[in-house]
Design a protein around this ligand. Structure first.
Ligand SMILES: [Zn+2]
Length: 469
């Protein structure tokens, strides 16, 4: 069968939450190119599990890339061999696609199991890009850092294990390296500018390559830090103090405390939008946007002071789990019934698990699939809450499953095997729908549990379930 060559641009804007999607949409001119704007939910609140789902269509409980302890080990986030065969880059390269990975997130790299891309570019312009400290020394430092909590103990351990000479180089790295090799625009530029240059260069010089390419991108501009290194921890301290001293009225003052952070977040969204606008215009101008599938989404949201918390942590709320999703199909597929169905379905909920299936279908069979669901699922591997002004992070061994749809928002704890929250989102829903959501959540849990027993992913079970539990 004749297969038309198409280009696929799959862009993840790390930590972009749903309520800033409109800002991105308007500033990047997405409406000019007829992008659909959809309601989407991520599978997890951290980069690594969410990205693995975005590339495989597997929920975290099946691909098992998630944080397993409070001091996460790098192994927690390694994509296993068993999961590789489900990854889009592996599948699409068999169909002749050139696969590109442009990533500013160190977790989303071949070193952590995102293997099989024809091209990989590490976008993050770190101060440590060139350094007085070797890679091996940095690994030892990480190990000491994770073992010892006190900075005095850490100092002595560095000195003992790595020596005096290392301590001198560490100081030079901190104070001199940024002068020579520093990125002057850090932390505002986290590699997005470089990505724009790279892509525009390809469009201008070798645009024919793009129509046989699958390009997966992670941009970190909207991820912390925003104003200076470790700003989230600084602001969390301020917020904690406010919660502790402000009593029940702390929420009235939160805006004032976190305002600089929210402003910076907003301007980062605008920054990414302008990068996007330029790239889309170049693609349009080169006449290849018509033949491209473009998907723009985020891996998880970000808390900016809501509930007295900051960052992406285990909280089951829309700021954390709901993310923007913008979609443009190749022009010849826009007349398709399924496209119209998606476009006209005002209730359409899209799980991230559906995106890899859509990409495969468009790239291989040249036809879209319906990606709308009536229920979407996410997994949290812990809970974060306020205790006497302090933010407490509690991890759980098994996931807490979040489900949204049919007029309900529920949380099922797989550790205690019970629903811990069961909320009606609107009043019009009936008993039948409540029963339905209970049934679907139990099916999801059974899927996670079944594979738990098999200790790994059996492709048979995975394809049978079709993830639409
Ligand atoms: Zn992330």
């Amino acid at each position: 069968m004749y297969r038309k060559d198409i280009g696929i641009l799959y862009l993840v804007i790390d930590s972009l939450r749903y309520d800033y999607g409109g800002l991105l949409y308007s500033h990047s001119g997405l409406s000019r190119y007829r992008f659909l704007s959809l309601t989407s939910y991520t599978t997890a609140t951290y980069s690594a599990p969410a990205h693995t789902s975005l590339l495989t269509g597997l929920p975290p409980c099946l691909h098992s890339v998630y944080r397993k302890s409070l001091e996460p080990s790098i192994d927690d986030f390694y994509v296993s061999e068993k999961t590789h065969k489900h990854m889009l880059q592996i599948i699409l390269s068999k169909y002749g696609y050139i696969t590109h990975l442009y990533s500013a997130n160190p977790y989303i790299s071949p070193g952590l199991g995102y293997k099989g891309f024809s091209i990989y570019v590490d976008l993050l312009p770190s101060k440590h890009r060139r350094s007085f400290i070797s890679y091996r020394e940095r690994k030892v430092m990480d190990l000491i850092y994770s073992r010892y909590r006190s900075s005095i103990l850490r100092f002595f351990m560095y000195l003992r294990v790595l020596g005096f000479d290392f301590m001198v180089r560490l100081l030079m790295d901190k104070y001199f390296a940024p002068l020579f090799w520093g990125n002057r625009d850090w932390p505002r530029d986290k590699g997005g500018d470089r990505f724009r240059e790279l892509v525009i260069d390809i469009i201008r010089k070798r645009k024919e390559v793009l129509l046989r390419s699958f390009i997966f991108v992670n941009l970190m501009e909207v991820h912390e830090p925003y104003l200076f290194d470790d700003d989230l921890r600084y602001y969390q301290d301020l917020v904690d103090r406010l919660v502790k001293t402000g009593g029940s009225s702390w929420e009235r003052y939160i805006e004032a405390v976190v305002d600089p952070l929210r402003q910076a977040y907003r301007s980062q969204v605008v920054r990414v939008a302008s990068i996007l606008r330029e790239i889309l215009y170049e693609l349009y101008d080169a006449g290849i946007l018509d033949d491209m599938l473009v998907i723009i989404t985020s891996d998880h949201g970000q808390l900016l002071g809501e509930y007295g918390m900051l960052g992406h942590i285990n909280v089951a709320c829309d700021e954390m789990l709901r993310v923007p999703l913008f979609l443009k199909l190749p022009d010849n597929m826009e007349g398709n019934d399924i496209y119209r169905k998606i476009n006209n379905d005002s209730e359409c909920l899209v799980s991230h698990l559906k995106i890899p299936r859509l990409i495969k279908s468009v790239a291989i069979d040249n036809k879209p699939i319906n990606i709308c669901d009536d229920i979407v699922f996410s997994e949290l591997y812990g809970r974060s809450y306020k205790d006497n002004g302090r933010t407490v992070h509690q991890l759980t061994k098994k996931p807490i499953v979040f489900a949204y749809g049919l007029g309900y928002k529920v949380l099922y704890d797989m550790n205690s095997n019970r629903f811990i929250e069961f909320n009606k989102v609107n009043d019009s829903e009936n008993e039948y729908k409540a029963e339905q959501i209970v049934r679907r959540v139990k099916k999801y849990v059974a899927l996670c549990r079944g594979l738990d027993r098999l200790r790994g992913i059996s492709s048979k079970t995975v394809s049978r379930s079709k993830y639409s539990v």
